[in-house]
Design a protein around this ligand. Structure first.
Ligand code: P53
Length: 483
């Protein structure tokens, strides 16, 4: 029999409002943490311009202009055969500063239009409530999630949208890559925390406070659990997932010290949050992490009960790369979105140093399913690459097709290994602004968006070779790559 994916497998693509929508101050929207960031490159950091001075360029302000082009974009998704579209709601469209008592109706109407159109096209939405786009006001006033009040502001926002879109949205994700918070890098993006002295985002490391970060993360874990419970109360059809950035970490050598260090990296980075979100309590290794980092968490008595009652229905994650873990500090480092590791001599990397490893995806799928035993879904994966738009408007992105094909084959094998995998939504299915660098040239899409790193371009959409390829993958339920 011909090989294929399980019936009802959710093929699709993923974006986030902050990197895709634009319309940053349209329709009553307030500035989010991404709206104060300039562009950067692989080697120059994005800057924080707190009062949004005109003399700088802010790539996320117009982003890919989905705000004005959603009709065209959704019909392109439909043409590819998407079953699922992972997107996010911009919190600042609904509560411009986060502290209003009443939501912004114009923002709510925008997403009504999106969800109605998706439905008309037979595409199920999966909605992230918070994807690196918390209100900048909350950063200035409260230093973001460091303050426990953020729990209430977030739950209020979540409650408004979950009630409003009842019957239109049934798949929800709470916090994008919640474990970004375990790295200094995540302080701003994931937690909205910003030291007064930081201008270059790369300087976050200098002023980092693990105590504050882990406390802020605790507030998010509590908020996550409250929202899971709330979503279930509003509609028993609602399914809520966590979203964790997973890196396949390998020991660099068979030296037992490397093996132990690698195992610890899985606990510290890959499992710390998911264990709470899936199992409803901090894992036993958490105490050691807190002790090592000199962290004293303020955990209220009620928190334990909240965490226990708000466990997720499925586990979603991003997967881009693997890394090697070594106790030898002299080794060459590889880069990555969250954390670098030692370079793996068996792997190639993309232009930004992210090591390409399809087998690593099968490995993490098996690890995660073995640990959690709930359905998994890959909600981000893909190759950031520089594409060439040819005079005849074609884009030959065979490198992207190769990357995705190998990852899809790996997914198939993991399913044969017994993993319950619900679906696959590759990142940036239509080109969007890179989170780490603010570049447009780091493209992931099946669809090219004609705009450059300085915001110059027509914003027209063009189909890449991968568009036609992915359409065939979905149309054949994966068979076209499994031959
Ligand atoms: P880009 C940090 C930096 C970059 C990406 O990344 C990250 C993180 C994690 O904190 O993770 C995800 O655009 C993220 C997306 C992002 C994608 O990876 O730097 O969820 O928002 O765009 C790809 O190439």
């Amino acid at each position: 029999m011909e090989k294929s994916f399980p019936k009802n497998f959710l093929w699709g693509g993923a974006t986030a409002a902050n990197q895709f929508e634009g319309g940053w101050n349209s329709g009553g929207k307030g500035p989010s943490i991404i709206d104060v960031l300039t562009e950067g490159t692989k080697s120059t950091s994005r800057k924080v311009i707190r009062n949004i001075e005109d003399s700088y360029y802010y790539p996320n302000h117009r982003a890919s202009d989905f705000y004005h082009k959603y009709e065209e974009d959704i019909s392109l998704m439909k043409e590819m055969g998407f079953k699922l579209y992972r997107m996010s709601i911009a919190w600042t469209r609904i509560f411009p500063t986060g502290v209003e008592t009443e939501p912004n109706e114009e923002g709510l109407l925008f997403y009504d239009r999106i969800f109605d159109l998706l439905k008309k096209n037979g595409i199920e939405p999966m909605v992230t409530l918070s994807h690196y786009e918390s209100p900048f006001y909350l950063t200035e006033k409260y230093n973001g999630w460091e303050n426990r009040d953020l729990i209430d502001y977030f739950v209020k926002y979540a409650s408004v949208v979950i009630n409003r879109y009842k019957g239109k949205v049934k798949y929800w994700l709470t916090f994008n890559e919640i474990n970004a918070a375990v790295y200094p890098f995540g302080a701003y993006f994931a937690l909205g925390m910003l030291d007064k002295k930081v201008v270059n985002l790369s300087d976050q490391k200098k002023y980092d406070s693990p105590q504050k970060r882990y406390q802020a993360l605790h507030h998010q874990l509590v908020a996550n659990a409250k929202v899971v419970q709330l979503a279930h109360e509003v509609d028993s059809e609602n399914k809520v997932g966590c979203m964790v950035a997973i890196t396949a970490n390998y020991p660099y050598t068979p030296n037992p010290e490397d093996i132990l260090e690698c195992q610890k990296s899985w606990e510290d980075c890959n499992y710390y949050c998911g264990d709470v979100q899936v199992r409803g309590a901090y894992p036993s290794f958490a105490k050691r992490i807190w002790k090592e980092k000199n962290i004293k968490l303020a955990i209220l008595e009620e928190d334990e009960d909240i965490l226990k009652k708000g466990t997720v229905d499925f586990f979603s994650f991003s997967y881009y790369m693997s890394n090697c873990i070594s106790t030898d500090p002299t080794l060459d480092a590889a880069s990555g979105n969250l954390v670098g590791g030692a370079k793996n001599p068996y792997l190639k990397a993309n232009d930004w140093g992210w090591q390409i490893d399809p087998a690593g995806l099968r490995y993490v799928l098996k690890e995660l399913y073995g640990r959690y035993q709930i359905p998994l879904i890959i909600v981000e994966n893909g190759l950031g690459a520089i594409d060439q738009l040819n005079p005849d408007l074609s884009i030959h992105d065979d490198y992207r097709i190769d990357y995705l094909k190998d990852h899809i084959i790996s997914m198939y094998e993991a399913i044969q290994d017994g993993v319950d995998l619900m679906g696959y939504t590759p990142w940036g299915c239509i080109d969007l602004v890179s989170a780490s660098t603010g570049e447009m040239r780091k493209r992931y899409g099946f669809i090219y968006v004609d705009v450059d790193d300085n915001g110059k371009g027509t914003f027209n959409r063009y189909k890449k070779d991968s568009f036609y390829w992915y359409k065939e993958v979905i149309g054949s339920n994966g068979s076209s790559v499994l031959k």
